[in-house]
Design a protein around this ligand. Sequence first.
Ligand SMILES: NC(=O)c1ccc[n+]([C@@H]2O[C@H](COP(=O)([O-])OP(=O)(O)OC[C@H]3O[C@@H](n4cnc5c(N)ncnc54)[C@H](O)[C@@H]3O)[C@@H](O)[C@H]2O)c1
Length: 365
Amino acid sequence: MCFRRKLPNVRAVKHISYATLQKHPLNYLKQRFQSNFNRLLKKTDAPNSSGTKITVAGCGQVGITICSFLLMRNLAKQLVIYDVRHDWAQAEALDLLHGSCFINNPTITACNDGSKTKDSNIVIVTVGARPSGKDRSRLAIVQKTADILKSVMPLLVKQSPNAVFLIISNPADIMTWYVQKMCKLDKFRCFTTGCHLDSARFRYAIAQRMGLPSRSVEGYVIGEHGASAVPVWSTVTVAGVPLMRVVPDIGGSEDKENWTDLFNKGVTKGAAAVSSVKGYTNWAVALAAVDVVSAILNNSGRVMSLGTDVCGLNCIEDHVVLSLPCVVKSNGITHILQLPLTDTEQQQLLKSANMLLEVQCGLKV
Ligand SMILES: NC(=O)c1ccc[n+]([C@@H]2O[C@H](COP(=O)([O-])OP(=O)(O)OC[C@H]3O[C@@H](n4cnc5c(N)ncnc54)[C@H](O)[C@@H]3O)[C@@H](O)[C@H]2O)c1
């Protein structure tokens, strides 16, 4: 009996005018219910934490796949989808929201003006053009994507000046260099997934040849996320055994087992094998991006081959963005590893750096 008396009295809500009731009977009911329900909730002094906020800029194939993995892995409490196609972004957000009860009730919003991205912790950038036509290389779309980023990035940086910016848009190394320069962002908090994806493809290709799962293989690809990527055979271990100890000539001119072919087919031409059929790649890049986000949010200190300005490292003397193994913590990249490379690997890395530098110089900024 005592308990019943403490329940709020539904008739006590007086502030709703008769006009409102006439106009919107449903509103009236909603307000009555909400007002009474709120009286049951007693607020404490705990600060209101809204959780990690992540913006995904660009909700094409790559962007929306990243969104779905972020939600499935429970990494974003607030997700903002930003795209010039507002209706499309809103529809994608609503589609995801319809499944809220399966993904821990996140807040998902969409916008085309950047307003809702304010104070994001992480901004993942996938806006851009896809390679199409005869030349399907990543470098073919460089100026087009740069022009798009020129209109998008200042807005996103202004809204979230302290965020970590993860650049996916291709050609990813050049675009990261461009964004770092244009928005004056530090290299530790504006970087690209770069060769983290290529390293995953590398591990997969080696594991396939060995008949083992990818996770039994460690090893890095460095340099350009693209045709001049460098396989660092000297870092490859299979079940802890350095592959170079078993195949001393691996990747060299005497490589009778054709490991270089395996790299070319599985890594540098890996994306084309998918996109020549589908028209795009989305799953592996999204998994790689979400892996980086998870490393950041967990302050993990994991080492990943990511692309940022590597001037002064491994004999590279220019401000060029390419991938080297990086330590990832909550504020971004804390350290970049100077790998002890073989002569062949070092030469290939410098070649990759020079090629990227040439494209950087040709960009109209
Ligand atoms: N780094 C990697 O490993 C990797 C892998 C795959 C794809 N990519 C790159 O990711 C990018 C996206 O690929 P996708 O397949 O999702 O392409 P997509 O064409 O499906 O999506 C691009 C999205 O960007 C949006 N967009 C374009 N201009 C915009 C603007 N000015 N403002 C806001 N939004 C804008 C488009 O509306 C579209 O939704 C491409 O550059 C692609 O090459 C990178």
